[in-house]
Design a protein around this ligand. Structure first.
Ligand code: GLN
Length: 478
């Protein structure tokens, strides 16, 4: 594996946020200089790894200018108003940024520039973050490896080995988190594992919060009952400080939680979920991490989740595709993005638009999801999957009554090479999510921590609802 570039800028400055803020406050560097350097470096990385769908240079520069003016006025007090001053952030392409193309990686939305910022975007801007742009993803989030990108989009490459995938669907986000030479946090989204999977494959930290903790307002939906927005970052400190800013009730999201995160606790014991089909090297790296946690005073016990192991994948793909197929109905060539010239009847226009706009995986999911919720089949598939989901939640709750967290690998293998992935069927692709769909169906927070192994892999920590801080604490021991 080629060595990862050192996390320092050209001037040798650290990629840690407090160090950068120190230099800004001392007057050693302005935000404008910092952004200039970051954008240059981002362009270089993007040429090599194709992790961006848009670079918002103009926006970043104007933000930096405004923050420089504020710094001149407030001096060191600026940190009180802008705790994340100077932190560069990127957003998965499915998250709306005002004035910047937000296409969810799909040709259907090419040319769509929102007139508003998603709540996560405005909260981070308010905290002093600089918006660098949008990151590559599987079209609408449909995938685990970021190879199902929309037509005319580039497939991102893993910064640790260009011949390997980044994981998905937030592949560009994790790739940039791994490769950025400046303080940076990627804001990603998970429906069934799209934060933990790419974080594991790119050797960084990814936190998928409790469903409803972070506002989905301004997210281009994949499956509304499953979508969560969360951070991917090189350090747990960055994960934690960004979470503090983006978490919290938002009246603009009807599913936003009124409750707040639980205070950090120290779990005495964790449950190690017995899993089949995990590559030997990944399993042994996981055991090393479990032993490290044990030596910090956390005991462990092996448990099994038989119901989840048997049914979670099937329930997930029925629910996710059902919701996705209704969400995609709005892309018909009339309202947003891609609009070919209107010819023939309305029906013909929709057919031409949708045939041209969607990639093969999006079409497969529309077919699957429409079938599963069709009159006559609804109770056999969709409604049954919802009942299964309730039982899966109960199975997790049973274990979480006795243990502070559940532990397993995030992905069962090292990041596959592109030539390996192209040999697999869609069903084999879906099956790779088997460790991640459970907590996503149950809306439970989960954190992927890099494991020490020959290639990148992740340790998955799953906690009870709103226990994000406890997971971060555990993560520091792993
Ligand atoms: N791999 C899963 C899917 O394809 C999860 C994707 C996601 O979380 N966006 O649906």
């Amino acid at each position: 594996m080629p060595a990862r570039k050192k996390a320092t800028s050209k001037q040798g400055a650290s990629a840690e946020l407090p160090a950068l803020q120190g230099r800004i406050l001392q007057g050693e560097i302005t935000l404008s200089d910092h952004v200039h350097e970051a954008v240059d470096s981002l362009r270089e990385l993007d040429r090599e790894y194709a992790m961006m769908t848009a670079i918002s240079e103009e926006l970043a520069r104007s933000q930096a200018k405004a923050l420089d003016a504020e710094k001149r006025k407030l001096g060191k007090d600026i940190l009180r108003a802008r705790p994340l001053l100077g932190l560069c952030v990127s957003f998965k392409d499915a998250i709306c940024v005002r004035g910047v193309q937000s296409a969810a990686g799909s040709k259907a939305l090419k040319g769509y520039t929102p007139v508003f910022d998603a709540t996560v975007v405005s909260r981070l801007r308010e905290a002093g973050c600089i918006v660098l742009g949008k990151t590559a993803q599987d079209e609408f989030g449909f995938g685990s490896f970021s190879v199902n990108v929309g037509k005319d989009f580039r497939i991102p490459r893993n910064p640790l080995d260009r011949e390997r995938c980044c994981g998905g669907s937030s592949g560009g986000a994790a790739a940039l988190a791994a490769a950025a030479l400046f303080p940076h946090v990627a804001i990603a989204e998970s429906t069934g594992g799209s934060i933990a999977a790419p974080a594991a494959f790119c050797g960084v930290h990814g936190l998928c919060p409790t469903y409803g903790l972070v506002s989905r307002n301004g997210l281009i939906d994949y499956a509304n009952s499953l979508d969560k927005i969360g951070p991917i970052a090189r350090s747990l400190d960055d994960v934690s400080r960004v979470l503090d800013v983006i978490a919290g009730f938002d009246a603009a999201d009807a599913t936003s939680l009124q409750r707040t995160m639980a205070p950090e606790a120290m779990p005495k014991s964790i449950a190690l979920v017995k899993q089949e089909g995990v590559a030997e090297e990944v399993a042994s790296a996981m055991w090393d991490a479990v032993k490290r946690m044990e030596s910090s005073g956390v005991s462990y016990k092996e448990v099994s989740l038989p119901y989840t192991a048997k049914f979670a994948l099937a329930a997930y793909y029925i629910i996710a595709t059902s919701e996705a197929s209704t969400n995609l109905a709005r892309y018909c060539g009339l309202r947003y993005g891609f609009q070919p010239p209107v010819e023939g009847s309305a029906e013909e226009h929709f057919t031409v638009t949708r045939g041209e706009a969607f990639g093969a995986e999006a079409k497969r999911r529309i077919l699957l999801g429409t079938y599963a919720r069709m009159a006559g089949y609804r109770s056999a598939y969709y409604e049954r999957a919802l009942a299964v989901r309730s039982r899966i939640i109960a199975e997790y709750q049973g274990v979480l009554k006795r243990f502070g967290a559940l532990v397993s690998p995030a992905m069962p293998l090292f990041p596959p090479r592109f030539d390996e992935l192209s040999q697999l069927t869609p069903l084999q692709h879906y099956a790779m999510d088997h460790l991640l769909v459970g907590p996503n169906l149950a809306g439970l927070p989960h954190l992927s921590i890099p494991l020490q192994a020959r290639l990148p892999a992740g340790l998955l920590l799953i906690g009870n609802h709103l226990q994000e801080k406890t997971l971060i604490r555990l993560g520091r021991m792993a």
